[in-house]
Design a binder for this molecule. Sequence first.
Ligand code: NAP
Length: 286
Amino acid sequence: MTARRIDGSAVARRVRDDVARGVAELVAAGGTAPGLATVLVGDDPASEVYVRNKRRLSTEAGMVDHHRHLPGDVGQAEAEALLDDLAADPAVSGILLQLPTPRHLDSDALVARIPAEKDVDGLSTLNAGLLAQGRPGLRPCTPAGVMRLLAEHDVDLAGAEAVVVGRSPLVGKPMAQLLLGQHATVTTAHSRTRDLAAVCRRADVLVVAAGIPNLIGADAVKPGATVVDVGIHRGEDGLHGDVRYDEVAEVAGLLTPVPGGVGPMTIAMLLANTLAAARTQQGHDG
Ligand code: NAP
């Protein structure tokens, strides 16, 4: 079997088009355009690229850019004060603190300054709790993007065996909870999992977010399974994921590439979250 390739770039473009239409409708209905505040601390080149793309695509969707750039040696109190200002600013619908922040900062304490209704990364304790309880809230963008890819490809989740590799608060944990919310039977694997390949082979749906290049090969994939590769690794010859694409493509039924799979969905879902946040704040949801 040769797997069908999931085109995340195409799905992301559709999501962004829907968001742009939603922004135009909000403004036409008397609301104000959503404002996105990306907050970058320091000069990490990869983070700069991510933030630049988020800003560009948000303005292309009709949103207002409230970007803030803090020096890498900024103090905790000053960074918190900036987040408090953004939290209080009615023009700012969503706040995204680009992670990781420099080591001397307490990033959990910074994220805690972002009010849940502006937490478009879905990382606040309140939004994480709402997800854990299966209640509505802003969801972390990458796992939300994976769910959208699965839905767009009619992947049947009710009763399916789903295995998530990774248990980070950013990806693995919320991913498992979202799959559970769609009635999959979910296993979470991590660095202490014994015989990872055997656990993964159980999966009808395998989502890999370990951050280890080439971790998953054909021996870890059930024939016909849907495999979603969240990993991103920058090599000299371009981007790679956690999954050995060529060999897994011989076994899987559906497979995301890197690049062009989950990556573009993350930004698209950030824009969707920012629109949803603006609608709620302006009383235009429902
Ligand atoms: P992370 O915080 O480093 O978490 C990695 C998780 O993988 C941990 O739970 C870890 O287990 C587990 N793990 C590590 N080695 C493993 C192994 N050998 N076998 C099984 N599990 C293992 O990383 P993250 O933030 O979740 O990101 C994961 C990957 O996704 C990275 O490559 C990152 O660049 C990428 N990413 C992509 C996007 C996107 O937009 N496509 C967004 C976010 C992240 P322990 O908990 O036991 O340590």
